[in-house]
Ligand binder design. Sequence first.
Ligand SMILES: *Cc1c(COP(=O)(O)O)cnc(C)c1O
Length: 398
Amino acid sequence: MEKLALFGGEPVRKQLLPYAKQEIGAADIKAVVQVLASDYITTGPAVDEFEKMFAKKVEAKYAVAVSSGTAALHAACFAAGLQPGDEVITTPITFAASANCILYLGAVPVFADIDSATYNINPTEIKKKITSKTKAIIPVHFTGQPVDMDLIHAIAHQEGVVVIEDAAHAAGARYKGRAIGGLSDMTIFSFHPVKHITTGEGGMITTNDGQLYEKLKMFRNHGITREIDKMSIISGEWYYEQHFLGYNYRMTDIQAALGLSQLSRLAEFITRRQEIVSAYNEAFKDLPPLNTPNVREDCFSSWHLYVITIDVELLGTDRRTVYDALKAENIGVNVHYLPVYHHPYYQRLGYPKGLCGMAEKYYQSCLTLPLFPAMTDLDVFDVIRGVNKVVGFFNKRC
Ligand SMILES: *Cc1c(COP(=O)(O)O)cnc(C)c1O
């Protein structure tokens, strides 16, 4: 048996393979340079074009580009009309931003437990958390696999609450044949470099509702309008009015040019992600201590993350050791996510540990393997070798 790098052996590769990374090509660079040489570098024609093309791609009527996925969540929560004291239901297995945006409005995040098969928010658990104060639901398409939106919409319809999909993992994903982006009141996307397409930092909100669209556009620009039919008086061409407290959440044309160029390669990126996923699934199907991801039949996952769960009893060691051993082999594994309410800030707000049993159990056993379109076949092979080496070592020992 090969000696683990963790115990001084030779690692499976010399250089650390990250868990995720952007893929920037010559066309991307050219697009950005073109904007730099043009008249507009902040919000201008490239932002308009990016919004138009993005909305088309995700089958939504409108899109509003903003400075980050987090800004997109903040804008969506504002446009939904959240007030202090309102409750919003979301999942604990997500990036903190999905819940922080609720707090930005003075509203209260309520965590509903996850489904044991998909690790997505469980609609049955959502029902249990509904109260007279519930104003919105923020489902997160974790890893790129769509949440069962028909069930979410049925609850939302019955209770009269707004649905904001956090699709930061799910650009290009489909639910029952329809694109994620035009299914709910609002859907948000992120263009952080680890996501499907990048603008450096950036985000988007999509909606089919014209009123929400207008509100979102004003929110990203201080709550200011220049449209004559919206103003209280008309006093000249220089004149504009601020109607509510917004922010500067604008995207630049430099970013939008990169986004447009990246968007044209979204399908290609997802295809490469799928190829890597198939190789992993095939390689790990006969490694009993590992559970490969479950995929719903009626969904098309965009595969942002490849998450395995480890049967730690069967393997005879904990996730921490497997993580450390793979990292020592130069395989950049990661963990998604610490249940949001375990963060010290949320603990201080009073959320008890043990709140969502399934999420906490999941957190003890989950591990994210590297997955990004620029991975070579050799990189994929290294990950498979590394996992086999580490799991083989602990399997044989017990
Ligand atoms: C990345 C991410 C966000 C935030 O996006 P930023 O662009 O980094 O602000 C929100 N929700 C989820 C689930 C994410 O993965």
